[in-house]
Design a protein around this ligand. Structure first.
Ligand SMILES: C[S@@+](CC[C@H](N)C(=O)[O-])C[C@H]1O[C@@H](n2cnc3c(N)ncnc32)[C@H](O)[C@@H]1O
Length: 324
C-alpha cells in the first residue's frame, strides 16, 4: 500500500478511534483497521494476510466461498434486473482472488457492460483489479481511484451507475453508521442508480460460531492490537496478551469480536494513562448478521427502494438490488 494523503487521513482517524476505544468512550469502532499491511518482513501487522489465511484454510468460514458460489451460479439473476449498459462502481474490490472469484463472474453475466470503476484504499489491490478486469473486458471503460470510500467528495458521471459493495463489508459498520454511509453514497452518485450490496443473513449460532470461533480468526482479530501498537501507541503497550472470543447477540443480530486482556498493563496514550486489568473485555468491532427484512428496512429509510434479492444455496448470503 502506498503512503498517500488518503492513507494519512486514515491514520488521523485511527488515532482518534484508538483513543476513544481505550478510554471506553466508544466500542466496536475498529473495523476499518483490521486489514493492516506489514511495512517490512519483520512487521507483525499483517491483518490482510491473516484474513486471506482464514479464507484459504478455515473450512467453516463460509462467507467468502458461498458468496463466490452465489455470483458464479446466480449472478445472472441479479444483473438481469439491472439490464444493459451499466457501469459498476465497486467499493473495496479487494484482492486479485476476490476479483477473480466474485467480481468477474458477476460482471460476465452483465448484458453489454459499459464500464468498471474500482475504489480502494490499497493501490496494489487496485492495480491488480484493473489488470484482471481489463483482460476480461479489453474494450470497455475501466479505471481505479485510490481513496477512502467513506471520504469521497465526488464521483465521475456515468450513464447507468451501479454501486457494488460485496464481501459483507457493510455489516462491519456500526449499526448507526450504516444509514449515514448509505445516504452519503446516494448523494455522492447524485442520480438514478442501482446499489448491489451483499451481506450474511445467517442467524444460526452454531454455524456462526464455527465460522468465527477458531484459531485462525482469533489470530486475525488479535492482530488489530499490533496495528494500534505500531501506528498509535508504541512502546509501553504489550499487544500480545489478549484472548479472542466472539459473542453472538441474536436480538441485535450482532456477532461481536471481543478481546479479553490476559494480563494487566498500563501505557500512555496522547496524555492519558490507560490502565487495562486482566479479564477486561474489549469489543473491537462486530459483524452484523441482519435478517433480509431488517436490512431492507434499514436501507429503505435512506430512500433506497428494494428491488429484489438472491440467496446462496445455504440461504445465508444475500445479494440485494436496491434502486436509488
Ligand atoms: C476484506 S477486503 C474485502 C474485499 C472484497 N470486498 C471481498 O469481498 O473480498 C476489504 C477491501 O476494502 C478495502 N477497504 C477497506 N476499507 C476501505 C476504505 N475505507 N476505503 C477504501 N477501501 C477500503 C481494502 O483495501 C480491501 O480491498
Amino acid at each position: 500500500m502506498k503512503n498517500t494523503t488518503e492513507d494519512k487521513k486514515v491514520i488521523n482517524k485511527l488515532q482518534k478511534d484508538t483513543q476513544e476505544f481505550f478510554l471506553g468512550k466508544i466500542n466496536g469502532n475498529l473495523w476499518p483497521y483490521v486489514y493492516g499491511a506489514p511495512q517490512d518482513d519483520s512487521d507483525p501487522v499483517r491483518g490482510g494476510i491473516l484474513y486471506n489465511k482464514v479464507l484459504e484454510w478455515e473450512q467453516d468460514y463460509y462467507l467468502y466461498k458461498y458468496e463466490a458460489e452465489l455470483f458464479q451460479t446466480k449472478g445472472h439473476l441479479l444483473t438481469s434486473l439491472i439490464g444493459s449498459n451499466a457501469t459498476f462502481i465497486e467499493l473495496g474490490p479487494g484482492s486479485e482472488q476476490s476479483v477473480r472469484l466474485k467480481t468477474l463472474p458477476l460482471l460476465k453475466t452483465c448484458p453489454d457492460l459499459s464500464g468498471y470503476l474500482g475504489i480502494d484504499i490499497s493501490q496494489s489491490f487496485l492495480d491488480k483489479v484493473i489488470e484482471v478486469i481489463h483482460s476480461a473486458f479489453p474494450s470497455i471503460f475501466i479505471d481505479g481511484i485510490q481513496a477512502d470510500f467513506t471520504q469521497l467528495k465526488d464521483l465521475p458521471e456515468f450513464g447507468k451507475p451501479v454501486v457494488f459493495f460485496k464481501g459483507s463489508t457493510i455489516a462491519n459498520l456500526k449499526r448507526d453508521e450504516v444509514p449515514v454511509f448509505i445516504s452519503y453514497i446516494k448523494k455522492l452518485v447524485g442520480k438514478k442508480h442501482y446499489l448491489l450490496v451483499v451481506h450474511d443473513a445467517n442467524q444460526d449460532e452454531i454455524s456462526l460460531m464455527k465460522a468465527y470461533d477458531n484459531s485462525r480468526v482469533a489470530v486475525f482479530i488479535k492482530n488489530i492490537m499490533y496495528r494500534l501498537y505500531r501506528d498509535v501507541i508504541g512502546e509501553g503497550m504489550e499487544p500480545e496478551p489478549f484472548r479472542y472470543k466472539p459473542e453472538w447477540e441474536p436480538e441485535t443480530h450482532e456477532l461481536k469480536h471481543v478481546l479479553t486482556a490476559t494480563k494487566s498493563q498500563q501505557f500512555e496514550l496522547h496524555g492519558h494513562t490507560i490502565e487495562i486489568e486482566e479479564g477486561q473485555k474489549f469489543h473491537t468491532f462486530s459483524s452484523f448478521k441482519y435478517p433480509i427484512e431488517v436490512f431492507q428496512n434499514m436501507l429503505s429509510l435512506t430512500g433506497y427502494k428494494p428491488i429484489d434479492f438472491v440467496l446462496d444455496n445455504s440461504g445465508r448470503i444475500a445479494a440485494h438490488i436496491f434502486a436509488g
